[in-house]
Write a protein that binds this ligand. Sequence first.
Ligand code: NAD
Length: 500
Amino acid sequence: MITTTDLKPCPMFINGEWIEGKNLPGLPVYNPSTGEVISETPLGGADIVNQAVQSAKEAFPAWSETPPLERVRVLFRFRMLLEENFESLSELITLEHGKTLGESRGSMQRGLESVEYACGITELLMGNIMENVASGIDCEMLKQPLGVCAGITPFNFPAMVPMWMFPLALACGNTFILKPSEKVPLSAVRLIELLAQAGLPKGVLNLVHGSKESVDAILTHPDIEAISFVGSTPVAKYIYETGTRHGKRVQANGGAKNYIIVMPDADIAKTVDGLTGGAFGCAGERCMASSSAIAVGKAGDLLVPALVEAANGIRVGPTDRQPQPNMGPVITGPHRDRVNNLIAASAEEGAKILADGRSPKVPEAPNGFFVGATVVDQVQKGMTIDNEEVFGPVLNVLRADDLESAIALAQSSPFGNGTAIYTQSGRTAREFKHRVNVGMVGINVGVPASMAMFPFTGWNDSFFGDRHMQGREGADFYLKSKVVTSRWFAKGEGDVWRKA
Ligand code: NAD
């Protein structure tokens, strides 16, 4: 297990050198299980971003001309190092984020799969060709890298979300600047150490730390071609609008509110497993969290008592030691207070708190940022707890008379990240998946998050842009197309014209 004495203030990586940013203001990084400060994030601004962009710009010509097979050899080595360091990286994620070790391992596995997908980039770099678009004229479409790209990431998946971005961007021949969340910078530092160890040439990937000032410098820098962002909806919208206004290609994933419909014919035991795993996994800090159940008709009679029993059985506690609890803390003290206030508001607005996680007993870690598993029943449209993305271990239960009104409820939210239905009826499931206005749909799967080979298709206010992250669409985001139209003349063919 990593101890806090192993952790130095968090460095940046520019042009192959580690920089400490000693003269910069800093923000504390916490171990959410204990409330202890374990590191500090230096807050870089335009100056640091300019240095990183300069280094990425200088590295671009050589990296983009490196044969793709050589580029992916670096990623294959990186993948091997990720496997070798899988356990210590999982522990680091747990230390700075607070999710359980099992959840950290799960997120590392998903990150690893994104690297594996990027290792197969050669297939996706192929263009196409058509002969004789007109007589003797051929047309070919080439795919070429964009140049310097940047990634700005959220706190809730400190390693996985960065790995949605830079492996594909680098495999496509771009150079990259990563700006991780200032709340969880340590896992990103470790990833970049391993990438450097894998033999990535200097300047190809640069790591900067900071918050709004550094992001604004990225958004407006004339030498950055494309920006990938994952975070909350207001910031995603701002990133998209500002980045595109400055001529950049932008993909920006935002927040979510995911509704899970439970039909009267659902297998209740499996539904309860799926819903509680989806709502309370990672302490609810997931953009694909199953944060709201819609019980249709009589489904609520069995479902709600079973959900309450399951929630009361979830042991919350510190994740930085053994034995592991079922659920860890949320990210910070202010975030814990916000979640508690939203639970309190739900009761004030008429909902019923059936399992109340506001004051969990965790004597072994009295200063950790804990909220217990909470179930709020009789939630109505328009209540604050329904309007807001809670991003904590809170499961709302709403009621609907039939599928029609359940679908209407599910899509009355401005978000459109994930949704699911629990039913034993193929016809009901088919109707739901066809009609629902949400980008990732589960059928008897509570967290239908796309895997690396499929795009992560948030819709509506959960995504701003036109090419999603991951999969073929994710690779296309980091490539531009060029169409070459060519013809060749026979020797002396032009003489006919000259003689005329
Ligand atoms: P956040 O929006 O607060 O921060 C994300 C990033 O934006 C960070 O790197 C931060 O430094 C930067 N940032 C924050 N405020 C900024 C501002 N005003 N101007 C410029 N940059 C700013 O998000 P968070 O709290 O770190 O993460 C949680 C959010 O991310 C949730 O809303 C969650 O749903 C969302 N999320 C979405 C997905 C997805 O794929 N849709 C995945 C993971 C998380």
